[in-house]
Design a protein around this ligand. Structure first.
Ligand SMILES: [Zn+2]
Length: 94
């Protein structure tokens, strides 16, 4: 298909926001897994890594970011799910 599709309405279904890679803009190319506050900005409310088309990150940052988040999860800095927010695990017995 060429780009000669007829325009039916002037409305765009998705308005294209200017996408700027946030870590690049902040000069934070090497995202640190210890920088939880910064990493959390790019997590969804369910602590999931935001898709690249949502976060607008460049491929490089998205990779480093995903790695940092997974690393932070393993050592318990970032929860895997919202249910993990409690201090004690579910089957915690005193
Ligand atoms: Zn970037």
């Amino acid at each position: 298909m060429t780009s000669q599709a007829p325009k039916k309405t002037g409305q765009k279904r998705f308005y294209s926001r200017r996408k700027v890679c946030q870590p690049c803009a902040d000069k934070k190319q090497d995202l640190d897994y210890k920088d939880v506050d910064y990493l959390k900005k790019f997590l969804s409310d369910r602590y999931m890594i935001e898709a690249r088309r949502k976060s607008g990150m460049c491929a490089k940052c998205q990779r480093t970011f995903a790695r940092a988040v997974k690393r932070a999860r393993q050592i318990g800095l970032i929860p895997y799910t919202p249910a993990h927010r409690g201090v004690n695990p579910i089957n915690f017995r005193r």
